[in-house]
Design a protein around this ligand. Structure first.
Ligand code: HAM
Length: 415
């Protein structure tokens, strides 16, 4: 029986892996230029963290967790998202006390959600995310949206920013009541989940993909009409700052996000091109999460971008793939010299590798063609006698013989 990868999880190899790495390098360069430093947290956390952080009534926690009991009976979960783990690390290591604030972090890594796999939606997927702690300003929210857009435009991707404010505990209480009384008269049209969560968490109804009240019902109350002065002021300044950053946006009063920790700013970025899974990034402010998981009151804000979705939006020829050069020995006697030559070529700017198994010239050139080598290096019987090496430019056909240890001149020929 041939074993295959677990459903919804995939392998990364070959030219796709090379392009993926280049995508990650580009992202890291952009965030490093704005002083975000990397944070790596474990792939697994205690399930309780996600229940408390992400929210018990969210789809992510209710339906999509990969969770298990470890050998000591602890209830563990594969992380479905990054914010809760980073927040846990922030509290656990006292980063709010020991590091200068605001603390600007980023991460890239795998995440796990038990969803129905389809294009752009996987059970193991990857996110690039940013979390900032200790900055309550709307300007930092705007900078994060600007940073997400910088990443997208660096790959030539056009996208739309949708922003909303989902208020604070104070103004959201008011909104909850309005939603409950609005939907109480429309229960027949709601799916079972939404009927059950109407009283517990009515905001989740605006995010439901099953009965989708957002597109079906008219005149749903808007949170933007219930915001308190502080939240309204924050939202207005966010919009002014986005304009200064030069980021076009639309206000969408029904963005609530699928996770429970958000306060004030909530946003989603959708690619203009691409299919149905075009939500490429999402995030917002979460000023109560650090406190909710046992830390001090600490303003925080962030976003995450789905890397599979980003990758699919990047044109195939966007990254130049590196060309290789390859060396062959045509006889058993020449192999030691090929080894010494490989040692001298290590670290040189030619992406050289040696194929140590001796072979006939015709076979060697065929193999060089298969890897689309830029230059082929041959040590035949005659060359071996005098410690020479033949170098062939595979594009022009030009070839020349050099002393094997004259790396400088060889590199000059290959330039
Ligand atoms: P999220 O909206 O759940 O937010 O996920 C962010 C992005 O991850 C989505 O926009 C999408 O591109 C990608 N994504 C989510 N699920 C899948 C999947 N099953 N397959 C492929 N891609 C997926 C969060 O995770 C928050 N932690 C974002 C955040 C950070 N908020 C504040 N800080």
């Amino acid at each position: 029986m041939i074993l295959s990868a677990v459903k919804g999880m995939s392998d990364l190899y070959g030219s796709r892996a090379i392009r993926w790495t280049k995508m990650e390098e580009t992202i890291k360069k952009i965030v490093a230029s704005s002083n975000f430093t990397e944070i790596r947290t474990p792939i697994v956390e205690e399930l309780a963290l996600f229940k408390r952080g992400v929210g018990e009534s969210t789809d992510v926690v209710q339906k999509e967790m990969y969770d298990f009991l470890d050998k000591k009976g602890r209830h563990i979960a594969m992380r479905p998202e990054g914010t809760a783990g980073v927040a846990r690390a922030f509290v656990e290591h006292g980063l709010g006390l020991n590091e200068p604030l605001p603390l600007k972090t980023f991460y890239i890594g795998p995440f796990f959600r038990y969803e129905r796999p389809q294009k752009g939606r996987y059970r193991q997927f990857h996110q690039f995310g940013i979390e900032v702690f200790g900055d309550e300003t709307p300007q930092i929210d705007a900078e994060l949206i600007f940073t997400a857009m910088r990443v997208l435009t660096s790959f030539g991707i056009q996208a739309e920013v949708h922003v909303n404010s989902i208020g604070c505990q104070k103004c959201r209480a008011d909104y909850r009541e309005k939603l409950i009384s609005y939907f109480s008269t429309k229960k027949e049209g709601l799916c079972e989940d939404c009927r059950n969560r109407l009283e517990i968490n009515p905001l989740r109804l605006l995010d439901c993909k099953v009965c989708d009240p957002k597109t079906r019902c008219a005149d749903i109350p808007k949170i933007t009409e219930c915001l308190c002065d502080d939240c309204r002021g924050h939202f207005e300044q966010l919009q002014r700052s986005l304009t200064i950053f030069g980021v076009p946006f639309v206000v969408d009063p029904f963005i609530v996000r699928g996770l429970d920790y958000y306060t004030k700013t909530a946003f989603e970025i959708t690619a203009i091109t691409g299919g149905s899974q075009n939500a490429v990034a999402g995030g917002g402010r979460y000023d109560n999460l650090i406190h909710d998981i046992g830390g001090a009151q600490m303003p925080a804000t962030g976003f995450a971008m789905g890397l599979e979705r980003l990758f699919d939006l990047i044109p195939e020829d966007f990254f130049e793939l590196p060309q290789v050069s390859v060396g062959y020995a045509l006889s058993e006697d020449a192999v030691d010299q090929l080894v010494a030559f490989a040692k001298n070529m290590a670290g040189q700017p030619l992406n050289f590798f040696a194929d140590y198994k001796p072979k006939k010239l015709k076979k060697a050139l065929q193999k060089a063609d298969r890897v689309a080598a830029a230059f082929t290096f041959i040590i035949g019987e005659d060359e071996a006698k005098e410690h020479l090496i033949l170098v062939k430019n595979m594009e022009t056909g030009e070839q020349k013989t050099f002393a094997q240890n004259d790396i400088e001149t060889i590199l000059g020929f290959c330039r």
